[in-house]
Design a protein around this ligand. Structure first.
Ligand SMILES: Nc1ncnc2c1ncn2[C@@H]1O[C@H](COP(=O)(O)OP(=O)(O)OP(=O)(O)O)[C@@H](O)[C@H]1O
Ligand SMILES: [Mg+2]
Length: 223
């Protein structure tokens, strides 16, 4: 069953001599439970694609269908709530809330939704990501790699159907990267989650069920 679909997505920035075709006709289909990696050189359009798929930005043309819903039909709060319930994001910049503790950051999406925190699951995620000693501190007291792990924990916390991650291991050493990917894969399988990760790391890309290669805003390989 397809959970995520892009139909001839285009995203153009600027015009005339400053025109940038960040995405230039991308179509893809992701099955429920699939684990997909996105690779491509810097500036090829990977982050742009992830943002469009997650409804964070509007395409110039084309469609994104999430769980049988055309997300361009959703507006404002509706889109916000749909996104929060369905999708967990890990951004290239971590987007943690600086004024609240690591733990509060991790459970924030659940609280915003008025849902109950699955304490055992959260503790397991925190443990696996090596954040146990840091749960009560502010994000500013953490290293880049630790902040990245908090962002990953936050994305996993509400067990969303889809996880979209932009270089989730970019700041982690190779052992921690493998562990984090292992965790994503295990929880992904357990909760039948769909995972898309952008990565520059070949070993990580190879851990996926499928690799989508993007260059110049187009898919050049999808297998
Ligand atoms: N807001 C914007 N305004 C103008 N151009 C943009 C904007 N955002 C992205 N671009 C351009 O779109 C292209 C694709 O950018 P994108 O961020 O998707 O690349 P990327 O593949 O994620 O690169 P990286 O690996 O460096 O993160 C680049 O040429 C970039 O300069
Ligand atoms: Mg990027």
């Amino acid at each position: 069953m397809s959970i995520l679909e892009a139909k001839d997505l285009k995203k153009y920035y600027g015009k005339d001599e400053t025109l940038v075709k960040a995405l230039d006709g991308v179509s893809l289909n992701v099955e429920k439970g699939e684990f997909v990696s996105i690779i491509g050189t810097s500036g090829s359009g990977k982050s742009t694609l992830l943002h469009m798929l997650g409804g964070l930005d509007n395409p110039t043309s084309g469609k994104v269908i999430v769980d049988d819903k055309d997300i361009s039909d959703l507006k404002g709060d509706e889109l916000c709530i749909f996104r929060r319930r369905k999708i967990g994001f890990v951004f290239q910049s971590y987007n943690l809330v600086p004024s609240i503790s690591v733990y509060e950051n991790i459970v924030l999406p659940i609280k915003l939704d008025g849902k109950k925190v699955d304490k055992e699951f959260i503790d397991n995620v925190i443990d696996t990501l090596g954040l146990k000693e840091k749960v009560n501190v502010l994000p500013s007291k953490l290293s880049g790699g630790q902040q990245q792990r908090v962002a990953i924990a936050r994305a996993l916390a509400a067990k969303p159907a889809i996880i979209l991650a932009d270089e989730p291991t970019g700041n982690l050493d190779s052992k921690t990267s493998q562990d984090v990917l292992g965790l994503l894969k295990t929880t992904g399988r357990k909760f039948n989650q769909t995972i898309m990760i952008i990565t520059h790391n070949d070993e990580i890309a190879q851990m996926a069920d499928r690799i989508i290669h993007i260059e110049d805003g187009r898919i050049i390989e999808n297998k």
